[in-house]
Design a protein around this ligand. Structure first.
Ligand code: FHN
Length: 450
């Protein structure tokens, strides 16, 4: 909190000199950076027709009335929050994020700020957020809420005109009174969902409008007051805590804490058509690879599921989550609480390090042919084993070259037993007495020999 206050003070001083203040505070609790894996849940009336969450209205593909005809088909009749929480726990996820209100403005809780909610306007007639919150906390998972700042069903949002997602022009409300009414509406709803004490708020839809129009600085102070310690993503202007690359593993290093949100198939919400197109479904081994790639770069994976209108999570998505959980049961020590791995020039594959840098986890998704190539490693490992190897074999290096008297380590080839099945990926654990020491230079003539 102190760090956030200091950053806020820096922001205020910086803005006096029109410098760009940090996009995020970078101030996240250990539980978040250690978690590495969370579940995103896009659940809403948009699963009835399956044409996409909220966007069909914005893109003019359907009228508001056509979109809202889905309200009558959203019944949540098979929704069992405890089943969801048990499944997410089994998946190895440490937190989950539910869409409490998407851009369509339909709240999944019994909001008093608007009749546009599933209790009053759908056959569900239940406070789904309350049930979800209780079940998630009951399973010991961290509770996350998604909330869309923008609301295409609310005319007062229109006070800033129909914003295009890429529209970064500074907007001044055409109707300041209506815009303030919209801000008050959002504030009232955020106060309501803050009462469930979420550990994480996942905002969306702030695009195209400046922080001062959203009054984000004031909003952040309120959210922190209502729920001290809540961690917030960067889709809150410049007042969030961590970055949220979407639908694509980052290519370059992200220095701030970050979390990649990704779908297992096209689209965020449920769609019968997507359900049938099994060839578009990302499968468990690939999802494990996505997770290890994020861990290698020091980030989290927030993997999306898309429950049906009746509250059931598609079985193929459940199977994927359970498969990931089985993999993490054996290999989780390489993921949870890990830090970004060594550079790809040292090991050309996913890998992570323990916080004290005394343990290196090399992750293997394909069967090695000539062993695993590791370059620039100066340390002598005290133990090299494969997680889950019932025989607990010690692996050995074959060393090529090197001039230790000049602190130039050999190029190392790590043996990999032929009988080890790769499955969804295996992890080689290398333990050292000291933090890992990597050579990053390149040698020349060796003018002395030992
Ligand atoms: O427009 C939304 C989209 O529907 C989905 O909710 C994603 C999830 O990150 N966020 C926005 C697009 O970036």
């Amino acid at each position: 909190m102190l760090k956030r206050t200091i950053i806020l003070l820096l922001f205020i001083s910086n803005s006096l000199f029109a410098q760009r203040h940090p996009d995020v505070t970078g101030d996240v609790p250990d539980w978040f950076s250690d978690a590495k894996f969370g579940i995103f849940i896009h659940w809403g009336i948009y699963g009835v027709d399956g044409n996409g969450a909220s966007w069909p209205v914005f893109n003019g593909k359907v009228t508001q009335a056509e979109y809202d005809s889905q309200l009558k088909g959203f019944n949540a009749e098979n929704f069992d929050a405890k089943e969801w929480a048990t499944l997410f726990k089994e998946s190895g996820a440490k937190y989950s994020v539910l869409t409490t209100k998407h851009h369509d403005g339909v709240a999944l809780w019994d909001t008093k700020a608007s009749k546009r909610n599933v209790v009053k306007q759908t056959p569900a007639k239940r406070d789904l957020v309350a049930e979800y919150a209780e079940a998630i906390k009951g399973e010991g998972l961290k509770l996350g809420f998604y909330f869309s700042w923008l609301d295409w069903s609310n005319e007062d949002y229109g006070a800033l005109g129909k914003l295009k997602k890429t529209d970064k022009h500074k907007k001044v409300p055409s109707n300041p009174k209506a815009w303030q009414r919209f801000l008050d509406f959002n504030t009232a709803q955020l106060k309501e969902i803050s009462s469930f004490k979420p550990d994480l708020l996942w905002f969306d839809g702030d695009w195209g409008i400046e922080d001062e129009q959203w009054k984000m600085e004031e909003m952040r102070a309120k959210l922190d007051l209502w729920n001290p310690g809540v961690v917030i993503n960067n889709r809150m202007g410049n007042f969030g805590d961590y970055e949220t690359p979407e639908q694509g593993i980052p290519f370059s290093e992200i220095k701030n804490p970050w979390e990649l949100c990704m779908t297992m198939s096209p689209g965020w919400g449920y769609s019968e058509q997507v359900q049938k197109n099994q060839h578009t479904h990302i499968e468990a081994p690939q999802l494990v690879q996505l997770l290890t790639e994020c861990s290698t770069m020091g980030g989290n994976l927030l993997l999306n599921v898309s429950p049906m209108p009746n509250g059931e999570i598609p079985m193929w998505q459940q199977d994927n989550l359970r498969a990931i959980g089985s993999w993490l049961k054996v290999n989780g020590e390489a993921i949870y609480g890990s830090t970004a791995g060594i550079h790809k020039n040292h090991y050309a594959g996913p890998n992570t390090l323990s916080k004290d840098k005394k343990t290196l986890y090399l992750i293997v998704h394909q069967k090695p042919v000539n062993g695993l190539l590791v370059k620039g490693l100066r340390n002598k490992a005290t133990s090299i084993t494969i997680l889950g190897d019932t025989e607990q074999r010690e692996l050995t290096f074959k060393n090529a070259g090197g001039a230790p008297w000049l602190k130039i380590p050999p190029t190392r080839f790590l043996s990999f037993p032929d009988d080890i099945e790769i499955g969804y990926g295996r992890v080689v654990k290398l333990e050292f007495d000291e933090p890992i020491d990597l050579y990053t230079g390149h040698s020349g003539a060796i003018e002395q020999n030992d």
